[in-house]
Design a protein around this ligand. Structure first.
Ligand code: ADP
Ligand code: GN1
Ligand code: MG
Length: 372
């Protein structure tokens, strides 16, 4: 996507139902997909109000209007559940701020789509686990999210990215990217390419079980990184699941697994010193406990037994996606330095290897918390 210009920003800001005087604006967060900004407004004598403004990535999400339909559908459903449970719907789910014309998005004169959310105050989204309890609380919250949406009419959800976690299809795309080698980079990453090719069975595993009808499709988040959850600064609870762009029917194991690949790693997703990267079994155990508790009996025994496979699959898939993007010229994930996607891919493959070594321990931990 083209960079956002100041003119474009000003146009977007003028087209949402904001009140007060804009006193601060700037880029915000560390997401890889959308362009996120924090705006601060002064409202007369009443102090300051913060809002989030995002330009949606239209290269990634080809139908932003359907995407916003998903988000308003899911957040209004969650709002009702939160009120029933005596919670605070202003903080425990995303709240869309309408555009001046009443729509849930604004299409600017460049053809880009924008949306805005109330800022969730007194809470933090972490890029890495700082306190193990936060990771446990994020697990309870992601489990809860899935439980709360268990009866959501899944057929009304649009598939915002086709085959998002179809790892088998992603493997085919990867092979094609290697063959095409449009950037001439394949020769220099043979080791990483071989790593993927030797592990085709990981890519096939869930796809084959799904095709045989052996796994339930649930309404899942599909992007359960730790920085997609807001942790309350006072209580330490995971209060709000954010980044709802990929809420679609999916597999419970993948929601579990994506959290593990990001949060249970002992290093950042783009760490270059691979000796720092491993999958912490302490964090794996905390997340397993929290997620199973949060799902509160909704997971079948088979799903629980497949949680380690979810961790391995999501880590493998993500590494393969980073490598594909590197081969294709870094067109999907935002990069902040040369070789960024390759660095990211290497941490993921290091984690996959580590999980292969710790496979038995992971199975044992899951057994400990299964309902059997
Ligand atoms: P991306 O898809 O690019 O990851 P996100 O929707 O996750 O975009 O937003 C990026 C970051 O902005 C989040 O990780 C979080 O730190 C922050 N953020 C997003 N929405 C809110 C919100 N409503 N309140 C507070 N912070 C938010
Ligand atoms: C992206 O949007 P963000 O930064 O939360 C990506 C995920 C990847 C993740 C890797 C829509 O997540 O699938 O797992 O980067 N989101 C999309 O960090 O592709
Ligand atoms: Mg995000």
């Amino acid at each position: 996507m083209e960079l956002v210009t100041q003119k474009q920003m000003s146009e977007a800001i003028a087209n949402f139902r904001y009140e007060g005087v804009l006193v601060k604006e700037g880029p915000y967060g560390s997401g890889h997909i959308n362009d996120t900004y924090l705006l601060v407004f002064n409202i007369a004598e009443m102090g300051q109000i913060k809002v989030i403004l995002q330009r949606m990535n239209k290269d990634v999400f080809s139908d932003p209007v359907s995407l916003m339909e998903n988000i308003t559908g899911v957040t209004s459903y969650l709002r009702e559940r939160i009120i029933e449970n005596g919670g605070d719907p202003e903080r425990e789910t995303l709240n869309v701020i309408p555009a001046v014309d009443g729509k849930t998005y604004y299409k600017d004169s460049c053809g880009d789509y924008w949306r805005s959310y109330k800022f969730i105050t007194d809470s933090t989204s972490y890029d890495q686990v700082e306190k193990p309890e936060d990771f446990y609380e994020s697990a309870v919250a992601f489990g809860n999210f899935q439980r709360l949406l268990a009866d959501y009419p899944a057929e009304t959800l649009h598939e915002t990215i086709k085959g998002f976690h179809d790892t088998k299809a992603r493997f085919a795309v990867f092979k094609k990217a290697v063959e095409e080698d449009v950037m001439g980079r394949a020769a220099s990453v043979q080791k990483e390419i071989q790593f993927v090719l030797e592990r085709e069975e990981i890519a096939d595993y869930f796809s084959d079980l799904l095709a045989k009808g052996e796994l339930p499709l649930r309404v899942t988040h599909n992007d359960t990184k730790l920085n997609n959850i807001m942790i309350d600064d006072k209580t330490g609870k995971g209060i709000c699941v954010i980044d709802l762009d990929t809420v679609m029917p999916g597999l419970a194991m993948n929601d579990f697994g994506d959290s593990i690949r990001f949060g249970a790693s002992t290093a950042a997703e783009d760490e270059v010193d691979l000796s720092k990267v491993s999958c912490s079994m302490e964090l794996f155990e905390l997340y397993t406990k929290g997620f199973i508790e949060g799902c509160a009996g909704k997971l079948t025994e088979k799903e629980i037994q497949l949680l380690p496979m979810g961790a391995k699959t999501m880590t493998f898939e993500c590494g393969m996606r980073f490598l594909t993007d590197y081969l294709q010229g870094d067109t999907y994930f935002k990069i902040h330095r040369e070789g960024h996607n390759l660095d990211r891919c290497r941490t993921q493959f290091k984690l996959v290897e580590d999980m292969e070594q710790k496979w038995y321990t992971m199975k044992e931990i899951v057994n400990k918390y299964s309902n059997k």
